[in-house]
Design a protein around this ligand. Structure first.
Ligand code: SF4
Ligand code: SF4
Length: 90
């Protein structure tokens, strides 16, 4: 995955999570708190988008989402043709 497009995605965990803790054990930067039997949560500030949690999850509960245009505009990088650039390189 290209560096720029990777910067515009975020990992999260959906309701399919059964709290098996595998992702928390695999995460190299402790971005997922170890909470057995509960829905796990990714700390996006810590996450380095290594994909390990998605690969290990038995429930397919880890999802990758694009940072929305709204969020991009909030940080001042939307509306400048960036989407078109991303589409070209991804
Ligand atoms: S993508 Fe990698 S760094 Fe991010 S939460 Fe998953 S295992 Fe941790
Ligand atoms: S590996 Fe999947 S099911 Fe297990 S705790 Fe993590 S997100 Fe939930």
């Amino acid at each position: 995955m290209h560096y720029l497009s990777q910067a515009l995605i975020t990992y999260s965990i959906n309701v399919n999570c059964i709290g098996c803790t595998l992702c928390a054990q695999k995460c190299p930067v402790d971005a997922i708190a170890f909470t057995p039997h509960e829905k796990h949560i990714i700390d996006t500030e810590k996450c380095i988008k290594c994909d390990s949690c998605m690969q290990v999850c038995p429930e397919g509960a880890v999802v990758v989402e694009e940072v929305s245009n709204h969020e991009m505009q909030l940080c001042g990088i939307g509306g400048c043709g960036l989407n078109e650039l991303i589409n070209e390189i991804s």
